[in-house]
Design a binder for this molecule. Structure first.
Ligand SMILES: NC(=O)C1=CN([C@@H]2O[C@H](COP(=O)(O)OP(=O)(O)OC[C@H]3O[C@@H](n4cnc5c(N)ncnc54)[C@H](OP(=O)(O)O)[C@@H]3O)[C@@H](O)[C@H]2O)[C@@H](O)CC1
Ligand SMILES: Nc1ncnc2c1ncn2[C@@H]1O[C@H](COP(=O)(O)OP(=O)(O)OP(=O)(O)O)[C@@H](O)[C@H]1O
Ligand SMILES: [Mg+2]
Length: 307
């Protein structure tokens, strides 16, 4: 599909979107970097507030990385809650996040979430509440592990975006289409996958990023970086969340096609890939995710200069 990203970004910024509030649900004992990368990227790109909902032990670590993030230590893992308290704990988690839900413009579910069963039960409920409140959800990392095992969490939800990497995509294809990934028929298979989930938008990450909602397929192949350091997918999730919430505002004010979820994915992917290529110019083989985050501002400026 032909799409002029530059014209779209100029239109988008001229329409002066509200900055937006993003919430990342992720961060556990093992992983604190991933939710930080996602949430701080959302802020650097233009969100005015970025929240992180994580486990109690991850919270002080994430707060320590940045005073800019609002961190809620509300999630619990199985071994910290006795069986008889699980129901009441789940109710408390939901009550806590519900206080904020209506204020969020987008939720990112999964960066560094881990795979603890009780924690994932709580996150399933959070996703159901987000859906009821019509809050868009970007699902990445362990959020995709959860969704692949319970497809109904996103099925038919047009405000859901899945951002699978190569492994996560393989698991989704096996589960939804009952077959293996076929790169000869890559475009058709991506369309079928998105359609099979009832019109959810899928951003398949790789050397080029491919995006589909079951009706059309877009590709983003702006030159990125040959350096594969862990965490680039996390930047992408925060970036897509911000651009998706902005695209929704534009759609409400008259619009631009394609759909807001696709516009969010195209813009988010382009900004990340450009930032990765800028970071690689400076840092070469030692490029880290934090170097790419430092280049998000320059990337935005090069793709859409402030007039
Ligand atoms: N700095 C940070 O904090 C970063 C943290 N990150 C976070 O890491 C998490 C995983 O993301 P990833 O990208 O490594 O997942 P992916 O490529 O599917 O798996 C690779 C292989 O590992 C395995 N495996 C994974 N998790 C497992 C588990 N809990 N228990 C057992 N096996 C597990 C998996 O096995 P499989 O499930 O396929 O059998 C596959 O073979 C996710 O939360 C992400 O956000 C990243 O964003 C990077 C920066
Ligand atoms: N081979 C590649 N060449 C260039 N860019 C790539 C390549 N693979 C992935 N990317 C880009 O990096 C971004 C993150 O994709 P990646 O596959 O690394 O995600 P991930 O494994 O989920 O990352 P993370 O380590 O954060 O979990 C995507 O936007 C994609 O465009
Ligand atoms: Mg990932």
């Amino acid at each position: 599909m032909q799409f002029d990203l530059s014209s779209y970004l100029i239109y988008l910024f001229n329409s002066d979107p509200q900055p937006g509030k993003i919430a990342v649900v992720g961060g556990c004992r093992e992983y604190t970097g991933a939710p930080y990368f996602s949430a701080i990227s959302a802020l650097k790109i233009g969100a005015d507030l970025s929240h992180v909902f994580c486990t109690k032990d991850a919270a002080p670590v994430i707060k320590g990385y940045s005073p800019e993030l609002i961190v809620h230590p509300i999630l619990e893992e199985s071994d910290s809650v006795r069986d008889e308290f699980k129901r009441s704990t789940l109710a408390k988690v939901i009550a806590e996040i519900d206080k904020w839900m209506e204020r969020f413009d987008c939720l990112v579910v999964g960066p560094g979430l881990g795979r603890d069963p009780f924690l994932l039960d709580c996150v399933s409920e959070i996703m159901k509440h987000a859906r009821e409140s019509k809050v868009p959800i970007v699902v990445d990392g362990d959020g995709l592990f959860l969704v692949t095992n319970c497809l109904d969490l996103v099925r038919d939800y047009h405000l859901a975006v899945l951002t699978p990497n190569i492994n996560e995509y393989k698991r989704l294809v096996q589960k939804v289409l009952n077959c293996e990934v076929n790169d000869q028929e890559g475009t058709q298979q991506l369309l079928s996958l998105a359609k099979g989930l009832g019109g959810v938008t899928i951003l398949r990450k790789g050397e080029s990023d491919y995006i589909s909602n079951g009706e059309e397929v877009s590709a983003v192949n702006i030159f990125g970086s040959p350096r594969r350091c862990g965490g680039q997918g996390d930047i992408l999730s925060g970036s897509v969340a911000v651009f998706l919430s902005w695209a929704r505002q534009c759609a409400a004010e008259g619009g631009w096609s394609p759909s807001p979820t696709i516009l969010g994915c195209i813009s988010g992917s382009a900004i990340l890939r450009k930032a990765a290529s800028l970071a690689f110019v400076n840092k070469r083989r030692s490029t880290l995710t934090s170097d790419i985050i430092e280049c998000l501002g320059q990337s935005l400026e090069e793709l859409c200069p402030v007039s």
